[in-house]
Design a protein around this ligand. Structure first.
Ligand SMILES: [Zn+2]
Length: 98
């Protein structure tokens, strides 16, 4: 198979990858922050009830998957890239990604 190499695709993939890392970091931080808040009622704001905590955690995870589904795609053909963050080529169009 012919390797396609395009610097603008590699640049765009790098941007998407760093967005993905920021999103993972932010979601993990918020998940922990909500759990922490749940076990420390009285500090700041009010108390978070268990259903509210479960709802917020589920909403965060859902938002993360929705974000990934739109962000984590091949810049060339828009194919979803899957769980491997280190892949060098798009499995669909064989564009070089990094
Ligand atoms: Zn592709």
């Amino acid at each position: 198979m012919q390797e396609k190499r395009d610097e603008s695709i590699i640049r765009e993939f790098r941007r998407r990858k760093s967005r993905q890392f920021y999103a993972v970091g932010m979601v993990l931080f918020l998940l922990v922050a909500i759990l922490w808040k749940h076990s420390h009622p009285g500090l700041l704001l009010g108390e978070l009830s268990k259903p509210v905590v479960l709802f917020l955690e589920a909403a965060l995870v859902g938002a993360f998957f929705a974000f990934s589904a739109s962000n984590w795609r091949c810049p060339a053909c828009n194919h979803y890239l899957g769980p491997n963050i280190a892949q060098e080529y798009c499995r669909k169009c064989r564009s070089r990604l990094q």
